[in-house]
Design a protein around this ligand. Structure first.
Ligand SMILES: [Cu+2]
Length: 124
């Protein structure tokens, strides 16, 4: 008795369309960050120097009451702000800045006058 086994091997043309995942996220493009501390009634540091372009402001409220953050160009125009930073919290805002001298302060009544103000120098 003869046993014949026919084996058919189907030829499957398999075309794999390559799915390319280009990850857009990259740390290389992250703007430099400026860390600031607010409390009653101080703004630290008082004088910050950065290069022109994108800057990320990271503002930590180490005080006992709410504060905020306003970044004002020399002409008086507000170019970035964080409305409220509760005690113990950190606020973040990013701005693209041309060279110049800017003022950073807390705009709550009396806070700037009491010392919550600092200078930002943006160099070329
Ligand atoms: Cu304040």
């Amino acid at each position: 008795m003869t046993r014949r086994i026919a084996v058919t091997v189907p030829v499957v043309a398999f075309l794999a369309a390559g799915a390319l995942f280009a990850l857009a996220r990259s740390g290389a493009g992250a703007p430099p960050s400026v860390g600031l501390i607010e409390k009653e009634f101080l703004f630290t540091p008082k004088d910050v120097v950065v290069g022109m372009g994108g800057v990320a402001f990271v503002v930590n409220n180490q005080g006992e009451i709410d504060h905020n953050f306003v970044l004002e160009a020399s002409g008086g125009k507000t170019v970035a702000q964080i409305d409220t930073i509760a005690p113990g919290q950190t606020g973040r805002v990013t701005a693209t800045l041309p060279p110049g001298i800017y003022t950073m302060y807390c705009s709550l009544p009396g806070h700037r006058e009491a010392g919550m103000v600092a200078t930002l120098r943006v160099g070329p």
